[in-house]
Design a protein around this ligand. Sequence first.
Ligand code: ADP
Length: 631
Amino acid sequence: MSETTKEYKFQAEVNQVLSIVINSLYSHREVFLRELLSNAADAIDKLRFEAITDHELIKEDGELEIKIRSDKDENALVISDNGQGMTKDELIENLGTIAHSGSQRFLKALEEKGKGGDSIDLIGQFGVGFYSAFLVADRVEVTSHAASSDEIWRWSSTADSGFTLEKIDEGPTRGTEIKLFIGDEHKEYLEESRIRHLVQRYSDYISHPIKLRVTSEAGEDAVEVKWEAINKAGALWKRKKSEITDEQYDEFYRHLTHDWESPMARAHFTIEGSQLFTGLLFVPTNPPFDLFDRDQRHGVRLYVKRVFIMDDCESLLPTWLRFVRGIVDSDDLPLNVSREVLQDDKLVRAIKKGVTKKVLDLIENLAKDDAEAYQKFWNNYGTVLKEGIHFDSDCRDRLAKLCRFASTKSEYTSLDEYIERMPEDQSEIYYVIGPTQNAVEGSPHIEALKKRDFEVIYMTDPVDEWAVEAIGTYQEKKLTSAMRADLDLNKEESEEDKKEREVRDEGMKPLVEKMQTKLADLVSEVQVSHRLTDSPVCLVVPEGGVHAHIERLLRAQNKDMPQAKRILEINPDHAVIKKLSRMCDLEAEESSIGEWIYLLYDQACLAEGSPIADPPSFAKRMSKLMGEALG
Ligand code: ADP
């Protein structure tokens, strides 16, 4: 080691990630090449973008390209690019720490998956591609000359705990050269044919030339050296669809996303209207880990006339399509466009509209053509799509059509299928809201509906309440909560029945009043119910209120949110209620009626899946009353 060489330790997470990469990817060693080529291509893209405003960066120094050469004397494979390069600090930051804020999450996600689980699909998502170099190399040397700097620095590591850095005098005029000292068991990666094959298989879509140094005998003792381009090097999305294979699309997707799986669906289109743009978009098979993070990535890359402009371009897609990955290439935007400008640019808004429409077409086709795949899609992304119903009135109808739910009659149904099953005397679409299917299935609110053979949709997703309110009416059928006070079962009632009911309700008055006094702190009102058949009581949502489950979720985020009082409904035909009503008439001992009333209230909470406020008192009351009943 020379005097100018300094030693550095890896950040602890890097060691961890390195060992994970090496231990879980041993059967996929060849991926190192595509990871390094992908980084090289990104470095060239970034340089080209920066050079739009700073022409000095790319001087008259030839084509932007990636070169691969194998050096059999040294057993080294060298991959070089004349892209943006890295300064000394960038070498430390990029190759000595895990620069992404997601590093901790990566390790956490791995832990959650359990030891020995399949970590492959996690690795790429968190940007650990470079470390795959150690799958084939015993030592890696990275020599880099940043476009913005006069210095050349060399990073070197054997992957055991740290790396060294050294300033050197001679090296690339600009860009990065990665030298892999290939381990004895992996010499195949020095072979020209193997490299050629891997590039064609995994990296053909890279839009810069990848050149391989090939040597051939040229007479006695002489060898001829040539650089031969071994990839197609055109922007894949500009090729004709008929000339692109599924494998090429998939590899392109993997290059963009670092995902190991193939995408679930893709859309490749060119729109030629008032403006011209091309899109190549994918729906990942597995949702990204940050799907519900506030600072999630948006996933779509923007190109202008084939020049890479930016990653994660949030202006091109609505947030409810944030799981979509891919590229959009516009012919009309200016090359020096910034994120801020994009936000309220008219052209961009038109592109966004066009892209959104294409993605919805894609999802609709999936629903139509491949029910099984669509179900998987819905399970992964349904919650996110439903946000669109709330936020994007333009797409509301199309999104409502794509929604799927479980119900009293189906494990998985669309609203259209629901409507087809509706009996003639049913005019509205009914739903209940709760934390789980289990909790709502037995909910007292739906007893009368079930009796009448009216199907009830189970809404167990926190966004459902907003989505359903935004939909309002679907195919002229109102969406109606079975848990709201104003539920109207539009039962036909003869004059006689009506009279009988009114008399019976009148008879309940003393009990209703007593309950109202006792429960004044807990409910806004006590009412005689028309929706209950089997249960004695239930709690319903007054007009304008939110469902209990949703209120709890909101309160978990904002402790100061007041608890809204609901309405307690009692079933006048239930034996318990009848008995209590009689106790009231007989002016039975006040305290015992009170106990029964509290117990009923708690029961109403339990029956809809809500927690009860004071479980010890509930248990005591219960034992006391059981004792009395049995005694
Ligand atoms: P990722 O590519 O997912 O960010 P990597 O571990 O592959 O993660 O690379 C880490 C970082 O190192 C990159 O984000 C990039 O900034 C830098 N880097 C890697 N290879 C090169 C290269 N050939 N030229 C310039 N920068 C590079």
